[in-house]
Unconditional design. Structure first.
Length: 387
């Protein structure tokens, strides 16, 4: 890149290009190239299938560029070479940038097919889109029945609430790697969620024979807590803390004492968390403590602190919307729930709160429609769980 980049795209584009994986719309060749360079793993399939050159030709009217892309594909068989030469068609990147990317794509091109599919699935999991991830894990498992893929399929299923499916995939992973601590702990987790405490204890005991770290004792705390044995749960969480857990176990101890209405002890455990670790989750826990303690003003203040720590933490916005609705500040409640839904429009907790706000605003038609959509989703999930 040696000079000022001038736009070669038309001023008005009727149909932007939509990248499915990133859900990004682009309106110019420059935006398209930016996306294809910085998110090449999420763009390269569109390039291979010819979707990019079609859009460049039809929507941008840049047939000279689309023609050069077609020529490159005819002349070079390597995907790496095709893609780098495609990126070099306009004066947008330094040669050093393209050479650096060439090495990345070359490594990717020579990976096994299951690894490529798994990478795409893992990307969707990082974006909290387990249903999309599952499609790619399903493709990956066809190429190789790898325990990592089965494990991740189990994690994706858990995120969707499909606990029986999750247990099945974790078992498949366990059969291939019976001494994997992450797989054993995932089995523990899914059986706790199913309230099958005997199976959960079996796999946790097996993990404990391989390791005696804080995570093992944290899971013992989870198991005992789910069984209703709070005394043993407290002992296990304290053991996890003694082995180096400086956050999660304190949070769980605080929750136990909130349930027992021992608010001072709950607060004491939250105060033990280091200042540097007091993130959005920490302040949401403080909000729940204050709400149970009937200190509503402090609860609201803690929610606002949570948002200040991370404006993309959806549960802080949902909590703020709930507080404002209960305070009859419906306009503020609407703003807060809009923020939540802009982070994740599919989040059911946010959708339920949005429906409640609609009802309070007297929007009965919208309220009923929202409930109908939620019920249909729950029915679909129930059917999925019982297949």
């Amino acid at each position: 890149m040696s000079s000022l980049i001038l736009s070669v795209s038309p001023e008005n584009v009727e149909r932007p290009y939509y990248f499915d994986m990133t859900r990004v719309r682009v309106y110019s060749i420059e935006e398209l190239y930016y996306h294809c360079y910085h998110y090449w793993k999420q763009s390269i399939d569109d390039f291979i299938m010819g979707k990019l050159e079609d859009w460049i030709r039809i929507e941008l009217g840049l047939s000279h560029i689309s023609g050069q892309i077609a020529k490159i594909k005819d002349e070079y068989s390597s995907i790496t070479e095709q893609y780098i030469r495609f990126l070099g068609l306009i004066d947008y990147f330094y040669d050093s940038e393209l050479e650096s990317l060439r090495k990345e794509i070359y490594k990717w091109e020579h990976k096994a097919e299951w690894e490529k599919c798994k990478e795409k699935a893992d990307y969707f999991m990082a974006q909290e889109k387990p249903e999309e991830a599952m499609k790619w894990y399903m493709k990956a498992i066809v190429f190789d029945e790898n325990p990592k893929i089965y494990n991740n399929m189990g994690v994706a299923s858990m995120h969707m609430g499909w606990y029986r499916d999750a247990a099945y995939y974790f078992q498949k992973a366990y059969q291939k790697e019976p001494n994997s601590i992450p797989i054993l702990l995932n089995l523990t987790d899914v059986y706790i969620l199913q309230k099958n405490f005997k199976e959960a204890g079996k796999y946790l005991s097996q993990a404990a024979q391989l390791d005696d770290s804080q995570v093992i004792w944290y899971y013992y705390g989870e198991l005992y807590n789910s069984m209703g044995n709070q005394k043993k749960a407290i002992e296990a969480y304290l053991k996890a803390i003694s082995k180096g857990d400086h956050f999660d176990s304190y949070i769980k101890l605080a929750r136990i004492y909130v349930q027992e209405k021992d608010f001072e002890t709950a607060q004491a455990y939250l105060e033990k968390i280091k200042t540097s670790q007091r993130n959005e989750i920490y302040w949401m826990e403080y909000s729940k403590l204050y709400e149970a303690w009937d200190k509503k003003d402090l609860a609201l203040e803690a929610v606002q602190k949570s948002i200040s720590k991370n404006k993309n933490y959806i549960y802080s916005w949902i909590a703020l919307a709930r507080f404002q609705r209960r305070n009859n500040c419906l306009e503020e409640a609407e703003k807060a729930i809009s923020e939540a839904l802009s982070i994740d429009a599919e989040n059911e907790e946010a959708q339920i709160e949005a429906a409640k706000i609609q009802k309070e605003l007297g929007k009965e038609k919208e309220y009923r429609q929202s409930l109908k959509e939620l019920i249909n989703k729950w029915v679909h999930r129930y059917r999925q769980d019982t297949i």
